[in-house]
Design a protein around this ligand. Structure first.
Ligand code: NAP
Length: 320
């Protein structure tokens, strides 16, 4: 059993910011990094919209954040939380495969993961032509024709990145307008390697000899179904909060995002949350950093009040 003042679950921008702030508040936080150190930002090829960071990869940004938090004493454990027990209130139990932590306060920053299409062939060909990460897998599609599924910022940003490798990219979108920000749309529409297939969904991913060879497309307006040849399918259709540990433990909205109050406190007093696990709307590095800051400051304040209340109670007991 390892006693801690603050345990932070997750190591994306929200978690590392919460680590920086709680470390500077002398709370000696431990961050349990989770299955992907740095969260979704880590594999991002280019971050251009985080103020003060004029441009660079997600890995670079995360390394800077990690170094800054560690400089003030935060400890970052490359470990994965397997279960939590918040039922008895503070101190809370957080278990990994190696350690059982007992924490006065917990900050949950477990983030989100890519949403799956859920069509036949997707699971079978993941890693064999189906990908959710351009930065990780783009290189393998050098000189190939690929499709990108989705119409949001991720899809368009990744399609633009993948033009470095692929000879041609079709963006397959279920509507006829994009959700992506205007600047990304402008760049994609102007790009000679990118075309759009509108009002269309991927119904199946087909392949041969362990590799993707085509997708079955359905036009939602005409109902036309056709087989479309491609060697790669990059899927960017949003994210799902990583809430499996917290089902039946912390209150969630109908989409599975943790519900927090204005002080980033979850439904359990002393458990705070920040970043994409509780943010169904903004999902930017900058907003996650802001939420991580707020959660850390709120946790610090809550711990100080709790300590003062406990000291006062002890004093009353002594006098009684
Ligand atoms: P998103 O904004 O939710 O977009 C998801 C896209 O996938 C939408 O176009 C949606 O179509 C489509 N989609 C959803 N489910 C689908 C399905 N089952 N089949 C086919 N298409 C489906 O997700 P995102 O692009 O991952 O972005 C998530 C958040 O991160 C957003 O807030 C975004 O602004 C932010 N982000 C920002 C940047 C940046 O550089 N600023 C980069 C990446 C992400 P509809 O449009 O019809 O709903």
């Amino acid at each position: 059993m390892q006693r801690e003042k603050v345990v932070i679950i997750g190591s994306g921008p929200a978690g590392l910011t919460a680590a920086l702030y709680t470390a500077r508040a002398n709370l000696n936080p431990v961050v349990i990094a989770g299955p992907q150190f740095g969260g979704q930002v880590a594999p991002t090829h280019e971050i251009e919209n985080y103020p003060g960071f004029p441009g660079g990869s997600g890995t670079e940004l995360i390394e800077i954040m990690k170094g800054q938090a560690e400089r003030f004493g935060a400890r970052i454990e490359m470990d994965v939380v397997l279960s939590v027990d918040f039922s008895a209130g503070s101190p809370f139990t957080v278990r990994t495969g190696n350690v059982e932590y007992l924490a006065d306060a917990v900050i949950v920053t477990a983030g989100a993961s890519p949403r799956l299409l859920g069509v036949p062939g997707e699971a079978e060909y993941t890693g064999r032509g189906v990908s959710y990460c351009g930065t990780c897998d783009g290189f393998f599609f050098r000189g190939k024709r690929i499709v990108v599924v989705g119409g949001g910022d991720s899809a368009i940003k990744e399609a633009l990145f993948l033009t470095k490798f692929a000879t041609h990219i079709d963006v397959i979108h279920r509507r006829d307008t994009l959700r992506a920000e205007a600047e990304l749309q402008k760049r994609a529409f102007a790009h000679e390697k990118i075309d759009f297939i509108w009002n269309t969904v991927v119904e199946r991913i087909d392949g041969a000899n362990g590799k993707v060879t085509s997708v079955q497309l359905r036009n939602l307006q005409t109902g036309e179904v056709r087989q479309y040849p491609t060697e790669g399918v990059f899927i960017f259709i949003g994210h799902e909060p990583n809430n499996a540990l917290f089902k039946g433990v912390l209150a969630m909205d109908e989409h599975g995002y943790l519900i927090t109050d204005r002080h980033m406190m979850t439904s359990v007093e002393g458990v705070f949350a920040a970043g994409e696990i509780q943010d169904p709307i903004w999902k930017q590095v900058a907003t996650s950093v802001g939420q991580g800051t707020a959660a850390a400051m709120a946790a610090e304040e809550w711990l100080a009040k709790r300590e003062a209340a406990m000291a006062a109670a002890q004093e009353r007991q002594k006098q009684a």
